[in-house]
Ligand binder design. Structure first.
Ligand code: S3P
Length: 174
């Protein structure tokens, strides 16, 4: 059994890349955020608003354990913060089925992508201008890279299409 797990900052292409890769590999596709929404019967934004981030992180940890416990081949897209909280990184690193990939992208490219769709993301939806957003992402990414960089493989996602991302992941697995 194999679990191809994609991590990285919001907007780096984990979901679209993961979905395409799962089709190519004929693996199930699982997104931890979607599993959280199903379990809580609520959107990520509403969970943050009603229950707060600490509650969200607890559910995220539980969902990760469940997803990693399934006896299926899977491509798993994590939430941007998943490897950085609780014992999540340890769960990923100590599981022999897991191949962890970090989709690395610059703060500048992430900003250009996220400025369009920050409304759905409670962590950044309070930031008004593009400059504020980029400043925030730069600092936040610096803190989070400590976790992301412990992945088994690091992929430069800046200049790749989702197809190319998938191809590179498949190549690295061989
Ligand atoms: C988060 C990223 C989101 C989601 C939640 C928190 C984060 O996932 O899990 O809003 O802390 O970076 P995406 O990376 O899919 O946007």
């Amino acid at each position: 059994m194999m679990k191809i797990v994609l991590c990285g900052y919001m907007g780096c292409g984990k979901s679209t890349g993961g979905q395409l890769l799962s089709k190519k590999m004929n693996f199930d596709f699982v997104e931890t955020d979607t599993e959280i929404e199903k379990k809580e019967n609520s959107s990520i934004t509403d969970i943050f608003q009603k229950n707060g981030e600490i509650y969200f992180r607890k559910v995220e940890n539980r969902v990760l354990k469940e997803v990693l416990g399934s006896s299926k081949n899977e491509v798993i897209s994590l939430g941007g913060g998943t490897p950085c909280y609780a014992n999540n990184l340890h769960l990923l690193k100590s599981n022999e089925e897991v191949k962890l990939f970090y989709l690395k992208m610059t703060a500048q490219n992430l900003t250009a992508r996220l400025i369009q769709e920050k409304q759905k993301r409670p962590i950044i939806n309070h930031l008004q201008t593009e400059e504020e957003l980029e400043e925030y992402i730069r600092k936040h990414l610096f803190e989070r890279q400590f976790y992301y960089l412990q992945s088994d493989f690091i992929i430069d996602a800046n200049t790749k299409t989702v197809e190319e991302l998938g191809e590179e992941i498949i190549k690295l697995l061989h």
